[in-house]
Ligand binder design. Structure first.
Ligand SMILES: [Zn+2]
Length: 530
């Protein structure tokens, strides 16, 4: 068990009745800021920017923070859309983060329970990353008022998960020192309940690698014998990898897309590229997969007499989260509880669930929005058997005590990374979920500032449990660079049209109103149209 907490002189220790009163005050303040919160959620939703291209989003959010007295550092770690925003003084230094990027081809009108894109083919918030920073800003501004008046020492640092969908930045933030001296990190992520977990949640870590092949062009009809096809190399690499798959452990996930398969059939492709995600449960297994990928790519290059080079585009460790902060946060989750959903919220949620019906789905996937609070999720008894997705917040979590607050801004049972996951994200469902999450976050931040034993337990867990046997070593090298060119082309294609749909809060109370959407819009009975 953990050591008893010791007195610390660095932090103020506040009496429980006072803490309780301040939490009640912050919750009231956050309720009174619902209009402000809704505007931020709707605004970021309307920007719909892909990873590394979050230009409008970052400008909008940092402008709000600047106006509220935060000191902004732009373009951190060589990433134009990344930043830190700091306020306060002295220790502890608490980092507060959330992702800001969206999903390709996920454009969707909010409040409409079937596929109806704002712009066909455009990116959209089909993951719900438009809601996390509005939550953080709402929480931190309520906390700031209390800190100023009560003269509570401490520094808050907001920061964005840029290009989370590419697992593209957090390892660089760590490598380049932006989390040095940070005492704890609270991260927020959209979900369909109010929850937190600790320990190893069973996710995979990963490395994202693009393999570029170079051959020789020739007339594919007149002189095919003079060509060396880079596309052949890509295809052979994929065949090699798919045969290799038979001999891999069930925890692996690997997938690829062909980024460049040549220009037209009558020109032997001189260039071709394939982009892989290699996911596994542990650092040694991930690096082994990466090596296997290189070996197979080299084989494909040999077979086709082409040249191969690869570039790392992103990485993430398997997650591990802090027990002390999670337990502290869960007390606040119980205190705040789930939002009160309206009948309209439930009608939209159930219609979206019906639309996206999962044949293997359980009650969670047909019952509308969550009405029972999640339990505090504890580490799995068999954490090494599952495998799954990845999140580069893990790179932060292996460097300092970190938790992820999940808040109920979306509908249960949807496929994820999909237009359907955007349906709720600029509606009262998201607005209420963000308000509830902001209360939990503000309360937990206060706990970290005025209960010295929480940080003491947190570091005890980090040092003596989490990192006792496993030590962090980045999956990126000292010379890898953030892949800031990603998504440039897609955004420059869609941005001019998307600009016409940016939310204008000076004219419209909500984004739903601006788009002329009746809330909720669901399919009529069968046979009567959409
Ligand atoms: Zn996400």
């Amino acid at each position: 068990m953990m050591a008893l907490p010791m007195k610390t002189s660095a932090q103020v220790k506040m009496n429980p009745a006072k803490i309780d009163a301040l939490k009640t005050e912050m919750a009231k303040e956050i309720d009174s800021q619902q209009k402000f919160t809704q505007e931020m959620v709707d605004m970021v939703f309307s920007f719909g920017e892909l990873g590394f291209q979050e230009v409008e989003t970052s400008k909008y959010l940092t402008d709000i923070l600047k106006k509220n007295g935060f000191t902004i550092e732009q373009g951190i770690a060589g990433i134009p859309t990344a930043w830190t925003a700091k306020w306060g003084s002295g220790k502890p230094l608490i980092a507060v983060g959330s992702d800001i990027d969206c999903i390709p081809k996920a454009s969707q009108k909010p409040g409409v329970a079937y596929h109806d894109p704002i712009i066909e083919g455009a990116p959209g918030h089909g993951e719900g990353h438009n809601s996390g920073q509005p939550l953080n800003i709402t929480a931190v501004l309520a906390l700031k008022k209390v800190m100023e008046r009560e003269k509570i020492p401490g520094t808050i640092m907001l920061w964005p998960g840029v290009a989370e969908e590419q697992l593209g930045t957090k390892a660089y933030y760590v490598r380049d020192g932006f989390f040095k001296g940070v005492d704890a990190c609270i991260f927020t992520h959209v979900a369909n309940n109010l929850s937190v977990s600790y320990g190893d949640g069973g996710n995979n870590g990963m490395v994202s690698v693009q393999f570029n092949f170079e051959g020789q062009a020739s007339h594919a009809g007149a002189a095919p014998w003079r060509g060396k096809s880079a596309l052949d190399a890509v295809e052979l690499m994929n065949i090699g990898w798919n045969f290799h798959r038979e001999h891999m452990e069930p925890t692996q996930r690997s997938h690829y897309v062909i980024k460049d398969g040549g220009d037209q059939p009558n020109v032997v492709p001189s260039k071709a590229s394939v982009w892989y995600y290699f996911r596994e449960r542990t650092y040694p297994k991930i690096t082994q997969m990466f090596k296997d990928g290189i070996r197979i790519a080299e084989g494909a290059a040999q077979m086709t007499e082409t040249k191969m080079a690869y570039e790392v585009l992103g990485s993430a460790w398997p997650g591990h989260f802090n027990q002390a902060i999670a337990e502290t946060m869960y007390e606040n989750i119980k205190r705040v509880g789930l939002p009160k959903w309206s009948e309209d919220d439930q009608i939209l949620a159930k219609a979206a669930q019906k639309e996206m019906q999962n044949p293997e789905g359980g009650a969670l996937e047909t019952n509308g929005l969550a009405t029972t609070l999640s339990q505090l999720s504890k580490p799995s008894a068999t954490p090494n058997t599952g495998g799954g997705g990845s999140d580069d917040i893990a790179d932060i979590s292996w460097n300092l005590p970190t938790v992820v607050l999940r808040y109920p801004a979306n509908i249960p049972g949807l496929p994820g990374h999909h237009w359907a996951n955007a349906i709720a994200m600029a509606t009262p469902i998201a607005h209420k979920g963000v308000t509830a999450g902001a209360k939990v976050e503000a309360m937990t931040l206060l706990d970290l500032l005025v209960k010295p034993e929480v940080l003491r337990y947190a570091w005890d867990y980090y040092n003596n449990v989490q990192t006792k046997d496993v030590k962090y070593k980045a999956l990126i090298s000292d010379t890898d660079k953030p892949a800031i060119h990603l998504n440039e082309k897609i955004m420059s294609e869609f941005r001019p049209e998307m600009k016409k749909y940016y939310y204008d809060p000076t004219k419209y109370a909500t984004y739903l109103e601006q788009l002329g959407i009746k809330y909720p819009t669901v399919r009529e009975a069968a046979g009567t149209g959409k």
